[in-house]
Unconditional design. Structure first.
Length: 204
């Protein structure tokens, strides 16, 4: 599942930024989605709605919402927060502003933190983690998102009728115009070890 939150856009505009045809979307409750839309193997289900001043998209069956080209389009002239809850146990958070990345990390993994300068989402997630040391780090990252948008996306909201459509995958994905972010905690290279002298092959 991939969640994105984009500030100050309409649900229809958000679908267009994904590359979907907003005119084909309809309001569907979650239990009827797969029966009514019957998505193919190379497509995602996009369900969009609003939460305060943010428009969210809950994407299932795909991860288009964390692709750099899609994030660049979503965040153009605004900002987007994306969270991917992957089946491969990678739980990543991305923050983009005006088509450029600002922060990226895997939940709870300090060595993965990349940022253009400050990293408020990581800092907020770590504060929640310190307050709840036995809780999965993925929940702390989601709490950090909730802090920014001023609300939380609940199961009831996701299951209620939302503007829903199928997004066919376009391959290969469009490249992002953004440069990669630097790592905040760069891994230090080890100094060379002591010289061993000249090695000779054994005579026996």
């Amino acid at each position: 599942m991939c969640l994105t939150f984009t500030h100050g856009v309409t649900p229809e505009d958000l679908l267009r930024r994904y590359g979907a045809d907003a005119s084909q979307a309809s309001s569907i409750a979650f239990p009827q989605v797969y029966e009514l839309l019957q998505p193919g193997p190379d497509s995602s289900i996009l369900r969009v709605g609003t939460l305060r001043e943010w428009t969210f998209c809950c994407e299932t069956l795909g991860v288009q919402g964390i692709m750099p080209a899609v994030l660049a389009a979503l965040s153009q002239d605004t900002q987007t927060v994306a969270f991917n809850h992957g089946a491969n146990a990678l739980h990543t958070l991305e923050h983009w502003v005006d088509g450029q990345p600002r922060e990226h990390f895997e939940a709870g993994q300090e060595s993965t933190l990349q940022a253009a300068d400050v990293h408020p989402f990581w800092d907020a997630a770590e504060r929640h983690r310190a307050e709840n040391p036995n809780r999965p780090a993925v929940l702390d990252a989601l709490e950090a998102v909730g802090d920014r948008i001023g609300g939380h996306l609940t199961a009831d909201i996701v299951h209620d009728p939302l503007l829903t459509t199928v997004l066919p995958w376009t391959l290969p994905p469009l490249p992002s115009p953004a440069a990669p972010l630097p790592f905040v905690h760069a891994t230090k290279s080890r100094p060379p070890g002591p010289l061993l002298g000249t090695l000779h092959p054994p005579t026996r």
